[in-house]
Design a protein around this ligand. Structure first.
Ligand code: NDP
Length: 439
């Protein structure tokens, strides 16, 4: 039952899972008897805290901080921190809930958690970002630990922010341990963590295409976003012979018929913290659509002709009308790099039309899986090569695909990876909860 209108994304995520697991609940009544759903939708612990910091002009600013420790049946809480003005308790709750099943799907021993702040990193100086991160960690450090809760990055939190957060943690806790992942490779970070979510989504796409005796070679791809996930998805697409023709940011969308100039996007986004509009200074023949000219019922990025769509920006960025447009334009595959980027109506349409649809929970799990590989390296004080980690990531993505596919077949819907991923993830968590008693 929905009791708080402010948590709409959380209800959306719960509904998605509950709908898919209906056949499993019929088959195994013990899940109902043991009140697994009632327990699962209630986080084990949530902390909300004040984050005061001083800006460059000497003014005191105050933001909200969150960490939600949702479920630890399979291992320590694990999930990213998001810094974005849209962050609220409902968004963090939806992300934390999704994380439980995603982490279970990786087959690795990690529970689900998420955190963040409504802090907006845009337009802030490096010193302001550092002071904010230090203040955020001054509260967070008492709740986390390498065997209890291990945060990572998400929107607005990359290697720089993880560095400032870790510096403050170390100072307060007097410990150098694997309490955060996504660290710089100079001091404890894992190779391939930065690339992992984007690469992983493309490896997942490869499995989906392979399943239909198809390949990425020569495919035109629509990508949304131009952050961490989008950039490394585009990099891997090029490596595997496909061509990304779009990318976007919160101000607008670039369409470049002959393929996105990825080096330029990296320069604009990773080095200059700039806007995608600047792309036109180098490529005046590319098309730029500002956000206020997007169609009322959706997003320009999904209105072009292509074979595969990779939503890699944010939740609910692909509407039912966008989904219709993709199908009309011959798009055959949708692979989610972002968390819950398609609205429920869009997902329903993909499933009804038998479009090959890879839900984020499965397709973007490469990031958290590689975070867990970072934890393994930290715990053993070892360091694996780029190739070694990349090979493990590829193997994990293949296993996730196989697990979701096999489970979908088991329940008589072989092409429904939403059902497959939800049931496969849920079953692992539910069984672990039962074995651990009523806690
Ligand atoms: P980044 O902050 O690196 O990039 C986010 C991108 O999406 C930017 O291009 C940003 O534009 C755009 N964007 C963010 N919010 C909005 C919005 N409300 N409207 C339009 N555009 C928006 O984040 P990531 O690439 O790390 O994350 C992208 C998605 O992938 C998120 O859903 C995240 O939860 C998910 N994800 C990330 C993982 C990771 O390892 N990083 C792991 C698994 C999932 P602008 O530059 O203008 O802000």
């Amino acid at each position: 039952k929905q009791t708080s209108p402010a948590q709409s994304e959380f209800y959306q995520a719960v509904e998605d899972v509950l709908e898919s697991i209906e056949p499993l609940l019929e088959e195994r009544p013990k899940y109902r008897e043991q009140a697994i759903i009632e327990r699962l939708v209630e986080p084990e612990r949530q902390v909300m805290f004040r984050v005061p910091w001083v800006d460059d002009s000497g003014q005191i600013q105050v933001n909200k901080g969150y960490r939600i420790e949702f479920n630890s049946a399979l291992g320590p809480y694990k999930g990213g921190l998001r810094f974005h003005p849209s962050v609220n308790a409902g968004i963090i709750k939806f992300l934390g809930f999704e994380q439980i099943f995603k982490n279970a799907l990786t087959g690795l021993p990690i529970g689900g958690g998420k955190g963040g702040s409504n802090f907006d990193p845009k337009g802030k100086s490096d010193a302001e970002i550092m002071r904010f991160c230090q203040s955020f960690m001054s509260e967070l450090y008492r709740h986390i630990g390498p065997n209890t809760d291990v945060p990572a990055g998400d929107i607005g939190v990359g290697t720089r922010e993880i560095g400032y957060l870790f510096g403050q943690y170390k100072r307060l806790a007097n410990r150098f341990d694997g309490v955060l992942t996504g660290k710089s490779t100079l001091w404890g970070g894992s190779f391939v963590r930065k690339e992992a979510t984007g690469y992983g989504a493309v490896y997942f796409a490869e499995c989906m295409l392979d399943d239909k005796d198809d390949s990425l070679e020569g495919k035109r791809c629509l990508v949304s976003g131009s952050g961490n996930v989008a950039i490394y998805a585009m990099e891997k697409l090029y490596e595997l012979g496909a061509t990304p023709v779009t990318c976007s940011d919160s101000s607008g969308t670039i369409y470049h018929e002959k393929g996105i100039d990825l080096d330029l996007v990296k320069r604009i986004k990773e080095e200059q913290n700039g806007r995608l509009e600047d792309y036109l200074e180098t490529h005046s023949n590319a098309e730029y659509t500002p956000r206020d000219e997007y169609p009322e019922d959706g997003h320009t990025v999904w209105r072009y002709k292509a074979d595969i769509a990779f939503p890699c920006a944010t939740q609910n960025e692909l509407t039912e009308k966008d989904a219709q447009s993709l199908l009309e334009n011959g798009c055959k595959y949708v692979v989610e790099g972002a968390n819950m980027p398609s609205t429920q109506a869009a997902v329903d349409l993909f499933i009804e039309s038998n479009t090959a649809y890879g839900p984020g929970k499965a397709a973007n799990a490469g990031g958290v899986a590689t975070s867990q590989l970072e934890m393994m390296q930290n715990a053993s004080m070892l360091r694996w090569s780029f190739e070694e980690v990349d090979e493990k990531l590829k193997g994990i993505m293949r296993n996730i695909f196989k697990d979701a596919k096999r489970t979908a077949e088991e329940f008589g819907h072989p092409s429904n990876l939403v059902l497959g991923a939800n049931v496969a993830g849920f079953r692992k968590v539910a069984d672990a909860m039962i074995e651990q008693g009523v806690v």
